[in-house]
Design a protein around this ligand. Sequence first.
Ligand SMILES: [Zn+2]
Ligand SMILES: [Zn+2]
Length: 314
Amino acid sequence: MASRISSSPEALRRELITLLERLEDTLEYGEIREQVRLMLSARALLRTMGSSVIDSSEARSARERILAYLKANVRTPVAGDELAMVAGISERARRVRELRSELGYAIVTGRTAVEMALEDDSLKSIPGIGSVKVTDYILLESAPDTDAATRWTRANTIRRKDTSVRSRLLEYLRTYVGTPVSGEELRYVADGATEWASRVRELRTEHGWPVVTRTTGRPSLDVCVYMLESDRQLPEHDRRIPDTIRIQVLERDRFSCTDCGWGESSWHKADPRNHLELHHLTSHADGGENSAENLVVLCNVCHDQRHRSDIDAL
Ligand SMILES: [Zn+2]
Ligand SMILES: [Zn+2]
């Protein structure tokens, strides 16, 4: 067996053909058990062949081969069976989890992508996402995130809490205000609850938490990524602005504050301005509508200022 590891795919192919020819005779005259045993040998040979297609100088272990294969197909759904083939083992799910939580690779599972696609249009920019299967995997970035191990440990602590899916999701997002969090992490915190993606959306649309994605206000974010922009809930009157209107207003005002001009590109740690909000020119209380004409983009600081001067003017 050890000698086979170093065999070339071509040598293995020839070996397989010899085996299949033996199978031809056996199928005609042999016993069923003999046939089955030959098929098993052929399967083992195919597996060895699969793990030989990636050069051993490039990847030495099953995990490294899975990584090399995913890296050659960044942002493309890859079937779990393909990974099993190059890995040469059946434990691919565990190897993928290690790559994700120990080494920090942003690997999205097909299941997460399918559940997320129902709520998040940003995924549509990935080729083949329309036909993604729950057994697929997608590597988003070829470089790992070095902070990942800490994050997964935190996610695990929150996941184990005996609280609702929504409050666990919120707790995790609030741990990382202003930092992108992947759908995969949120799904894990929800402990696999299939409605995790709609709960995340409701945090924004019903509970007023400024959770944004690439398609709901932060075009600079990656796909499959969410971000809680600020650790505060929007006032009731700002919550039910439809996404289409929000995007329309943000685009019209060029993603910058109409009072001071602040935009995400001028973000600085020491600056209290850290995200953009929508402000009603005529407030709901005075009959103002959630229409583009009645909304303007303000940074969080200018927005506070406007409301303070409203109160002062009373
Ligand atoms: Zn401003
Ligand atoms: Zn306002």
